[in-house]
Design a protein around this ligand. Sequence first.
Ligand code: PMP
Length: 452
Amino acid sequence: WGLWRWKALPPKMRELCRDRGIPVRDDYTLQAEPPAGREETVEIAGERTMEPDMAAQEPGGYDVDAIRRDFPILADIIYLDNAATSFSPEPVIAAMVEFEHRYRANVGRGVHRLTSIASHRYWHAHEKVAEFIGGKNGVTVFTKNTTESVNMVAQGLVWKTGDRVITTILEHHSNLLPWRRLARQGVATDSIGISPDYTLDLAALERAITESTRLVAVTQASNVLGVVTPVREIARICHGRGVLLLVDGAQAVPHLPVDVEELGCDFYCFSGHKMAGPTGTGVLWMKEPCIEPLVLGGGMVETVTADGYTPAQGYQQYEAGTPNIAGGIGLGVAVDYLQAIGMDRIHRYETDLTSRLIEMLSKNDRVRVYAPKDPAHRIGVVSFTVDGFHPHEVAQQIDEAADIMVRSGHHCCQPLVESLGLPGGTVRASLAFYNTRQEIDLLVATLDELTR
Ligand code: PMP
């Protein structure tokens, strides 16, 4: 990456300084003295690879201890709130620190070496993310989060009165409210329900599509029930009827191998911060750049004339203004990290943990679990309630008693939890690739203790 720079001034510059009387130090550096008592060296972990430290791992095995060494925070707590946000491993943090220490500059502007390095790395992060989701033929835009990605599509398509959008009861508010707001433009929303086993009612979805339906917006995995929806079948139905498909992949990308082209969707939205990337990072992938950019300004144009402008090509036209550069670069490293472990292996590992959790929770007759039966239709997001306790009480007590962090409440899915007859919501344990069997066992033991 040519990440070089001068410590001492090159000979030509030394002459120039001498001629102009610009003071330089004896070693021909322009750097200020470091504050007394402080070493000048800046330690960054950039020298190590961006891959998990899995050297000790057996072939084909899953060395969770090696992975956990990259997450020092896991030594102190049991973190089972990964559906809200996940932790970043050391290489992701190191990449962001390296940006700050070594080459912080704006991107897509100017030609000096720092901006070249920053631009290249930021651009490369887009490439890596696109490849990670099988989306190299589309446009991969960096956003703040899933919420922003969905809003960009809802606001960026051109609607007409009478258009309809189909969502489902499983949707997070972030994939519901942007569509509901379109009511102001005369666009109506329909909602599809679920079957008693929590799977999406595909026949109802097919029936709901009419001549007026423009778009179906569906989650690939529920952040409350952990149920996975049949996106490929939904895409077939949509495309047979000339309807666009947006998929909310916030809970799918961290846990399943995802190939957007194979899925057949038109838009795919997800959050970097739920997949070991930095907070403030998200992605909007589009098969075609068919939406209007929501924000205009610097960085998104090719040319600006006296009375018009030509937008840039590719992702740039959707990323006006200075983006979250360190975050974007960090997200690229998160992708490297997950790929080095392998999404297939992560999926298999988490499937085992999830089955163990559901099985063990179900043995306590005061605990009610809300999860699909078939492991093939679920991810490691497990909702439950405990008789006699409000979900918030459970979450607070197991935090105090055992340093276990779980989410409680309606999980930004109020229509769903109301429809399940659970106005107080649920307790939700959500897993990541760094969680362990022992952590699951401890959660269950703590709940058994609580109910005793
Ligand atoms: N969709 C789903 C399924 C989610 O789980 C979440 C986060 N809980 C979101 C959307 C919103 O994600 P973000 O807050 O990163 O925008």
